[in-house]
Design a protein around this ligand. Structure first.
Ligand SMILES: [Zn+2]
Length: 147
């Protein structure tokens, strides 16, 4: 079960993400692009064992690298928001314990870093910003998720 798209879009916007960017990310994650996520060249390096969440993260990170209108990793941020909201509706963890929920989210649902040419790229900053925003607006978030 996933929250409806309005909720995804709303919280992406609250995190300062353009609606069009959020829309691309939300569609991509929910409808999938299993077979076209990388261009042909990259298919050579396609790793069967790589988890879908990892492939998505690398893809969105690349979108962030290529875009010109902002230096922030907004595609990556929209990716984390999407998966986090999904996790809220999937998990059996008591939602009132938001810190535990955040912790488990990072363990069970997503990855927070990957290596690229021997360099570790991590997204702690983006994740922390999202956690902060949701924590500060906890009740509003819960109301949205319950609808
Ligand atoms: Zn989803």
């Amino acid at each position: 079960m996933t929250p409806n798209w309005n909720v995804h879009t709303k919280w992406a916007k609250r995190a300062g993400i353009d609606e069009l960017v959020a829309d691309v990310v939300n569609r991509f994650i929910d409808y999938g692009a299993r077979y076209c996520i990388y261009d042909k060249k990259d298919l050579l390096y396609y790793d069967e064992n790589e988890r879908m969440v990892e492939r998505q993260l690398k893809y969105f990170y690349r979108m962030d690298q290529e875009k010109k209108f902002s230096n922030e990793n907004i595609y990556v941020k929209a990716y984390y928001i999407h998966h986090l909201l999904d996790f809220f509706t999937e998990t059996r963890i008591d939602k009132k314990d938001i810190d535990l929920l955040f912790k488990q989210f990072l363990i069970e649902k997503v990855i927070i870093e990957f290596s690229d040419n021997n360099e570790i790229i991590n997204f702690r900053k983006e994740i922390e910003e999202i956690f902060q925003l949701l924590k500060e607006n906890k009740q509003e978030l819960y109301d949205d998720l319950e609808r």
